[in-house]
Design a protein around this ligand. Structure first.
Ligand SMILES: NC(=O)C1=CN([C@@H]2O[C@H](COP(=O)(O)OP(=O)(O)OC[C@H]3O[C@@H](n4cnc5c(N)ncnc54)[C@H](OP(=O)(O)O)[C@@H]3O)[C@@H](O)[C@H]2O)C=CC1
Ligand SMILES: Nc1nc(=O)c2c([nH]1)NC[C@@H]1CN(c3ccc(C(=O)N[C@@H](CCC(=O)O)C(=O)O)cc3)C=[N+]21
Length: 297
């Protein structure tokens, strides 16, 4: 079998189109412009690329985009003071603090100081708890983007065997919650999992979120399974140039899978589209306006 390629880039453009329509309606009917603030501490070059593309796509859908770039040695007190200011700013509906933070800053403390209603990453403990108990929340962007692609491809996910490789708070765990919410039978695998190959071989849906270049080979994939590759790894090619690869070995997985997301052009663009969708949702909720359908879990 040669897999159908799930075109995350095209799907993300569709999602952004829907967001843009709703943003226009908010402006026309309610004189409301959703605002997103992105906070970047330090100068990690990869993070800077994301921050730039987020900013560009935010203004393209008609939202307000604000970027705060802070020195790598910014104190925790100064960062918390900025978050407090953004929490109180009525023109800002979404706040994203780019992770990872420099080591001297307490990531949990910083994230939990964001107003949960503005926590468009869905990382605040309130949102994590709401998601875990099946209540309305802000849903983390990367898992949400993966879920949207899976629903689009399969319709219903009910009863499917899903294996999530990786148990991070930002991808693996919320992904597992969302799949459970859609009635999959979910297994979360991680670095201590025994016989990972056999665990993955059971799966109708494989979500790889590990951060190890091309670690999942095609012979772990059940014939016809759907493979969602979250990994973003920059590796050096033979000619000394670098390229982006995922956590699955695309060439061999494509031969066995029924459907697969490419890297780049898969999960990444959906993550940013979902960030914009979450910002729109937050702006609607903050103003008591009915939120658009189909843009959250
Ligand atoms: N496309 C996108 O939008 C995004 C992509 N990413 C990418 O996704 C990947 C994962 O990110 P993130 O979740 O933050 O990563 P983390 O490093 O936080 O988590 C990685 C997980 O993989 C597990 N793991 C490590 N080695 C193995 C192994 N050999 N076998 C099985 N499991 C293993 C770890 O297990 P343990 O817990 O036991 O250590 C851990 O749970 C990265 O490549 C990242 O760049 C991340 C966010 C968004
Ligand atoms: N608070 C926080 N929230 C995040 O959501 C968050 C974060 N911190 N820290 C870093 C990770 C990583 N991440 C990506 C988003 C988009 C692409 C993306 O669009 N990638 C393109 C390629 C980009 C390129 O060419 O470099 C693609 O896959 O096609 C990748 C990675 C969000 N993250």
């Amino acid at each position: 079998m040669t897999a159908q390629v799930i075109d995350g880039k095209a799907f993300a453009a569709e999602v952004r189109g829907k967001v843009a329509e709703h943003v226009k309606r908010l402006k026309d009917k309610h004189d409301l412009v959703p605002g997103l603030a992105v906070v970047l501490v330090g100068e990690d070059p990869a993070s800077q690329v994301y921050v730039r593309s987020k900013g560009k796509q935010t203004t393209e859908v008609g939202m307000k985009s604000v970027e705060h770039k802070l020195d790598v040695d910014t104190s925790e007190a100064d960062l918390l003071a900025l978050i407090d200011k953004l929490n109180k700013d009525e023109s800002i509906h979404g706040i994203l603090v780019q992770l990872p933070l420099p080591k001297h800053l307490d990531e949990d403390l910083v994230i939990n100081s964001i107003d949960p209603a503005k926590d468009v990453d869905g990382f605040h403990i309130s949102n994590v708890g709401l998601l875990g108990t099946g209540q309305k929340s802000m849903v983390p962007c990367t898992p949400l983007g993966c879920l949207m692609m899976l629903r689009e491809h399969h319709g219903s996910l009910s009863g499917m065997d899903a294996v999530v490789i990786g148990r991070s708070n930002i991808v693996g765990k919320p992904m597992a919650q969302l799949l459970l919410g859609d009635s999959c039978t979910v297994t979360i695998a991680h670095s201590r999992t025994k016989d990972l190959a056999d665990v993955v071989r059971r799966a109708d849906i494989v979500v790889a979120a590990v951060g190890r270049p091309e670690m999942v080979p095609g012979d772990w994939i059940k014939e016809g399974a759907t493979v969602i590759d979250v990994g973003i790894n920059r590796i050096e090619k033979d000619d000394g140039k670098t390229k982006l690869v995922g956590d699955v070995d695309y060439a061999s997985c494509e031969e066995r899978a029924g459907a697969i997301t490419p890297v780049p052009g898969g999960v990444g663009p959906m993550t940013i589209a979902c960030l914009l969708a979450n910002t729109l949702t937050a702006a609607c909720r903050a103003n008591g306006i009915e939120e658009p359908e189909g843009l959250t879990a």
